[in-house]
Structures are given as C-alpha cells and as structure tokens.
Write a protein that binds this ligand. Structure first.
Ligand code: NAD
Length: 301
C-alpha cells in the first residue's frame, strides 16, 4: 500500500483517485471545489482540510489540474499558503498528470528537484471513460528511476504506459499526438463535406477510406457523420467524447511548442486557429468532430 495525495478531483482526477483506492492504496485528496471532494469521499478517498495537509505524509503526490499555471502555482504556494513542495516530506515523488506545456512541465520538474523531491510528467489520453475504467494511456517524462517508482501506481489507472524519455517528454508526446489528431479530424471532416458536394454518400466514402490510405482514428472511431461508426459522437448530436475546448487547449500547447522550437508546422498552427474559433463559438462543449458542421456552414452554396 502506498500513501498517495491526489490533488484535483475533477472529471479525470475523481475516477483516477477512486481506482487507486479500489486497488488498496490510501488516498488523501483535496480539491478547491468542495463538491469534487464530496464525490471522491463517496469512493473512499479521505479528504484533507487543505492541500498542505493532504501531501504531508504522502509517498507520491499526484496532481490533475486544468493547466500548467495551476500546477506551478500549487507547487510554489504563496504568501497565504505553503506550496505542495514545501509541505511534503523530502524525496516525495511528484507526479503531474495534467496536460500542460512542455516548458511548464520542465519548470515544475526543476522546482520539485530544487525542493529535494523527485518528479515525473505523466499526461494521459483516454478521457473520462478511460479514467473510470482504469484504461488511460500514460505518456511519461522522467528518469528511469522515477519512472520505475511511478509505474505500479500508473498501472492501476492506465492500460498503456510509455516511458517517453526525460522530464517534459511525456508532455511532448501528448502535444505531438494531439496535433496529429486535431489536423486529421479536420481533414476527415473536410473530405466528408467535399464528398457530399460531389454526390458521394457517407457510406461509400467511409467504405473506401476506412480500408485505404485515408484510414485513421478520426475516421474509423470518431467518424464525424452519423451512420458509418454507430458509437461515434456524431450519432449523439456531438456529445463528447473529447470536447472542442480541450482540443483547442491542446493545440494551443502544440503551438507553444512550435514557437519554442521554430518548427515550420503550418497545419498545426492552422488547426489551432480553427479549433480556437470553434471553441470560442458554440463548440466548446461539443465533441471536436463537430467541426464538420462549421466546415459545412462556411462552405459556399
Ligand atoms: P476538471 O476541471 O474537471 O478538474 C480539475 C480540478 O482541479 C477541478 O476540480 C479544480 O477545482 C481542481 N483544482 C485546480 N487547482 C487546484 C488546486 N490548486 N488544488 C486542488 N484542486 C485544484 O478538469 P479535467 O477534465 O479533470 O482535466 C484535468 C486535466 O486532464 C487537464 O489538464 C486536461 O487537459 C487533462 N485531460 C482531460 C481529459 C478529459 O477528457 N477531460 C482527457 C485527457 C486529459
């Protein structure tokens, strides 16, 4: 049994913490929103009065926050409250599972080491369903030693765990993967609208492309039109799935990485602009495959 502090008990963190309890670990949680703590308590998570007391006796501190700014602020603390790093015992393993920028992940890692701790970035894919079922994919950036320490706990919450390299490289893998996904979902949506205009049925295009070189997850799992893949969000009025707001966020992180590296990633930047407009409009809470409706609406008659 490991003593685990779990901070951020939202859509993802709540079920992840519940799975750790179910696997026999002692989990002390904290969330700024009391209702999130109440839900987690119902799954056996002990809820601390504040973040500092949640981490005081932990072997591992897991954070699952909305953004890198939240992670760094919580690690550092402020005049009113000591940070997580100052409140934990020396040599605690800090495992950040939030999706944040690569440079933010490296800053968080450096802060943890400077405070006498160990650290790993371990963002996930698989969404709330993966979190509930303990089948998340983890992309981990850490030393070999810290990866080995994190692995038994990650195996409880995940189905596939990849050690991507040193600090920040878990986040690097996540932004690269989601940049592929954002671009390919737009490409598939454009192809279906083009097919419609050319007189092609959805079924005919799907039957060809799903067995040809256009085959990809955005087509065969997240097909943006109803019918060919009955489980895709298009069949339930684009209820997510993976929300447009999250795709816009992740492509923003990809764009930060593009800026950082100077890569000529024109499609990545364009996908970011398209999904930002989608999320700023009415797409934030829709599945990101709903971009097909924007493309259709913006196409000339
Ligand atoms: P969420 O907003 O539901 O949960 C985040 C929680 O963190 C909130 O309950 C918030 O109150 C809490 N929080 C923020 N700062 C805190 C602090 N200092 N101390 C304690 N609690 C704090 O978000 P989510 O959907 O669970 O996503 C969490 C992370 O996982 C994000 O980085 C997101 O990009 C990533 N992610 C989400 C999904 C998804 O499908 N939801 C999929 C993959 C990755």
């Amino acid at each position: 049994m490991t003593d685990i502090a779990f901070l951020g008990l939202g859509h993802m963190g709540g079920p992840m913490a519940a799975n750790l309890v179910a696997a026999g670990h002692r989990v002390i949680g904290f969330d700024l929103v009391p209702a999130a703590g109440d839900d987690a308590r119902g799954h056996g998570v002990e809820i601390a009065a504040d973040a500092a007391s949640a981490v005081a006796d932990a072997d591992i501190v897991i954070t699952m926050f909305p953004s890198g700014a939240h992670v760094i602020a919580a690690y550092r603390g402020d005049d009113d409250s000591p940070g997580l790093l100052a409140s934990a015992r020396p040599d605690t393993l800090f495992l950040d599972c939030s999706t944040i920028a690569v440079d933010e992940a490296r800053t968080a890692h450096d802060l943890a080491l400077a405070a006498g701790h160990r650290a790993a970035d371990a963002p996930v894919s698989g969404g709330v369903v993966g979190a509930e079922n303990g089948t998340l994919a983890f992309m981990v950036g850490a030393s070999e030693e810290d990866f080995s320490s994190a692995l038994p706990v990650l195996e409880v919450m995940g189905g596939r765990i990849v050690h991507c390299g040193g600090p920040g490289l878990g986040q690097a893998a996540k932004v690269c993967n989601n940049m592929i996904l954002g671009i390919s979902q737009i490409a598939v949506a454009e192809a279906f609208v083009l097919g419609e205009r050319l007189g092609l049925t959805h079924e005919a295009l799907f039957d060809v492309a799903s067995h040809a070189s256009g085959q990809c997850w955005a087509l065969t799992t997240n097909c943006p039109v109803p019918g060919p893949v009955p489980t895709s969000p298009a069949n339930r009025d684009y209820q997510p799935g993976f929300a447009g707001a999250l795709m816009s966020k992740d492509l923003g992180l990809a764009e930060s990485a593009i800026d950082l590296t100077g890569v000529d990633a024109q499609l990545g930047r364009h996908a970011r602009a398209i999904y930002k407009a989608f999320a700023d409009g009415d797409g934030a809470r829709q599945d990101f495959s709903g971009i097909i409706n924007t493309i259709r609406a913006q196409s000339t008659a």
